[in-house]
Write a new protein. Structure first.
Length: 231
């Protein structure tokens, strides 16, 4: 409840939402200028959250609160807000993501899709007799993480690193992707957010929540758990 109230307080600072329909702000004193600056700041933040937001609806909400005529009680508003943020918005994001990946697969015959929704292209097939299968298999990887617009987020190549990781310690989407290639193989995999970093994102890589990502993965070496168990 406190979180919702904080958002409501911030929204209430937006300037220029009076009953006057003119686009010209009436700034007559310093306090009006401060109010306008606060309005600019909040407006920019709102647009970052959702560029399609209905500014008129925001202003109406402020006016209704100012005149003590809100269409909802605070409890009703909180219930709707939490439902939208936790259910409706993620569902919309997933639907948009799914359509994007479907459209991507149509752009080239190189792309295929797994049942889970990963859209991928095998660039180098690798040794098909050495494919990671067991959860304790150890993989030596080089990889790049790219954003939806193909901006590089991370590259182990630039770091000069070969990453060693067990299959079971990888994100579900990455596990599925490396199983598409053998040792020495390379794959480009567009992974839905729920199979990568999900609703939490990742602060280490500066990955936003619900981000669709492209992973360019090279399986440099594979240590099969069954093999080194017999040594």
């Amino acid at each position: 409840m406190q979180k919702f109230l904080s958002i409501a307080i911030i929204l209430a600072m937006i300037a220029g939402c009076s009953n006057n329909t003119s686009n010209e702000a009436k700034i007559q004193q310093d306090t009006d200028s401060i109010a306008y600056v606060l309005g600019m700041n909040v407006g920019l933040n709102l647009l970052k959250m959702d560029s399609t937001i209905n500014i008129e609806a925001v202003c109406r909400g402020i006016r209704d609160v100012a005149y003590d005529q809100p269409m909802m009680t605070l409890e009703e508003a909180e219930t709707f807000f939490l439902g939208y943020m936790n259910h409706t918005l993620p569902e919309k994001a997933i639907a948009m993501e799914e359509q994007l990946l479907i459209d991507l697969a149509k752009t080239s015959r190189d792309y295929a899709r797994t049942r889970s929704g990963i859209t991928y292209a095998v660039r180098t097939l690798g040794n098909q007799e050495r494919i990671p299968t067991a959860s304790r298999d150890s993989l030596y990887l080089r990889y790049r993480i790219l954003s939806l617009d193909k901006q590089e987020i991370y590259s182990s190549y630039e770091q000069g690193d070969t990453i060693r990781v067990r299959l079971l310690d990888m994100k579900n989407g990455l596990q599925e992707s490396v199983k598409l290639i053998g040792e020495g193989g390379k794959v480009e995999a567009w992974i839905p957010s729920q199979l990568a970093y999900g609703t939490e994102g990742d602060t280490t890589f500066n990955i936003a929540p619900n981000a669709t990502l492209c992973f360019e993965i090279e399986l440099v070496k594979l240590d099969k758990y069954a093999e080194w168990q017999r040594r």
